[in-house]
Design a binder for this molecule. Structure first.
Ligand SMILES: Nc1nc2c(ncn2[C@@H]2O[C@H](COP(=O)(O)OP(=O)(O)OP(=O)(O)O)[C@@H](O)[C@H]2O)c(=O)[nH]1
Ligand SMILES: [Mg+2]
Length: 433
């Protein structure tokens, strides 16, 4: 018998650094979040440095006294890196590295590292690489011919090693970005989602959104398990207790009793100050939510910072350009809260647990009540020559009655406002009054 001993790579020892300028109201919260992000990136947090200043020091970010303190603390605690709760300019990073002898990792680069680590599908990998190259671009010194000063171009995890031989200049990076963007537009996954969207254009669309690790994927899986029957189990999406478990968009069809159906999408979670480049390059992934008829914001109600997380979600949705879509606030993980009864509905709020079957059924009811609320019952006369439209309606809507006339098929059907626009041409005059 052989005993194997797993040898784990020693974790990089890091300090967290934060500057509270202009008395940032969310400072404590973003520092807590920074720690979570560092842990998600498998870094060992050994200490923390904070400073209150009226404004950022243009040269070194922190004031000079603090820079000395950082250097001393790092030596004392054996730290090799400082992770800073902000996006720094390239020269601030360079100066701070020079004066402290530490590797400086800013918030943007940290999030990009985590995304790079989590990306598994071709599409997610391309999207992350585009964002990393865009981050790297202004950080390349024109005369530099090694990547020690060129951040973000290659394996982040092997910081400062093995990159020196690579010669990338701005032009080749720009070319690479545009090649990747082209590849992305043609990628199967984007094409598949678009195709599905066209095929299913008559079905209401519902998107799960919210802070990372709130339970979006778990909610999707439980809805599938409850309503999609056998098919549900092999269509499950990945769920895990870690930040950014999901980096893609998955779309699944949920069919409820009485042929009520909707498309449900699960997508990447949010964190505060999500880098702009990342949002831009994940645009096609996030587009699904932008086109939804209804959003379900999943909130981890058991987290003491859930209010800040909701704020982050609101800000991120705004940045993506999502507004005016009705939203259900789904306060999840109630099973982990003390003295909270669930499932319970109050207006547009649901307190629930994704792991509880009564909760999932109630959520499904809330979704259908909401999406079918503004449906109208209309009578359509579909000419025999338009059999495709009739087939679409039969597959995707609730048909209440059907009759045949000399000129076509007469149906009584429930339509969404959007469907009504598409099929208005067939509407019988009598219902239009
Ligand atoms: N106790 C409890 N745990 C839950 C509940 N819902 C989700 N979880 C757990 O929370 C963790 C995160 O769940 P996910 O569904 O992966 O979260 P997500 O929102 O998809 O996260 P990202 O994809 O990272 O944005 C997992 O370990 C789940 O098992 C719940 O109602 N109760
Ligand atoms: Mg997920």
């Amino acid at each position: 018998m052989t005993n194997t001993i797993e040898v784990q790579a020693p974790q990089e020892r890091v300090l967290l650094g934060g500057l509270n300028y202009n008395g940032r109201a969310d400072f404590d919260y973003t520092m807590t979040e920074l720690q979570q992000l560092a842990i998600a990136d498998e870094l060992a947090v050994v200490g923390e440095v904070r400073q209150n200043l009226d404004r950022v020091d243009r040269a070194t970010y922190f004031g000079s006294g603090k820079v000395e303190e950082i250097k001393g603390l790092a030596q004392e605690l054996n730290a090799t890196t400082i992770v800073i709760d902000d996006e720094l300019s390239p020269s601030q990073i360079a100066n701070l590295e020079k004066q402290t002898g530490l590797h400086v990792l800013d918030r943007t680069e940290l999030i990009l590292e985590i995304f790079a680590d989590r990306a598994h599908t071709a599409q997610a990998k391309i999207q992350v690489e585009i964002a990393r190259l865009q981050y790297a671009l202004p950080r390349i010194h024109p005369s530099a011919n090694n990547l020690d000063q060129q951040r973000g171009g290659g394996g982040f995890k092997n910081r400062g090693s093995g990159e020196t031989k690579t010669e990338l200049n701005r032009r080749t990076i720009r070319k690479r970005i545009s090649d990747l963007q082209q590849k992305l537009t043609g990628s199967d996954q984007v094409a598949d989602t678009q195709q599905q969207r066209r095929n299913e254009s008559d079905i209401p669309r519902v998107a799960l959104v919210g802070y990372t690790n709130a339970g979006k994927s778990t909610t999707m899986n439980e809805l599938l398990r409850t309503f999609a029957g056998e098919q549900g189990t092999d269509k499950q999406v990945f769920e895990k207790d870690m930040l950014f478990a999901t980096l893609d968009t998955s779309v699944r069809k949920i069919v409820l009793p009485q042929n009520q159906r909707f498309l449900l999408s699960d997508t990447v979670g949010f964190v505060s100050h999500l880098p702009h480049n990342l949002i831009a390059s994940f645009n096609s992934t996030l587009a699904e939510a932008a086109q939804a008829d209804l959003l379900i914001q999943v909130i981890d109600f058991s987290d003491p910072n859930y209010r800040e997380m909701m704020q982050t979600t609101a800000e991120t949705l705004k940045e993506i350009g999502i507004k005016d879509i009705p939203m259900i606030y789904a306060f999840n993980k109630a099973d982990r809260c003390e003295n909270v009864s669930y499932p319970e509905i109050e207006g547009h709020d649901l307190t629930y647990s994704a792991k509880d079957s009564a909760s999932i059924k109630l959520l499904a009811k809330m979704i259908t009540d909401q999406i079918y609320a503004n449906y109208q019952t209309v009578t359509l006369l579909i000419p025999f020559s338009e059999a495709r439209d009739l087939a679409q309606l039969t597959a995707n809507t609730k048909i209440l009655s059907q009759d045949y006339t000399e000129t076509g098929t007469l149906i009584e059907v429930q339509l969404s406002p959007r469907q009504l626009q598409t099929y208005q041409k067939y509407q019988q005059v009598s219902d239009q009054n």
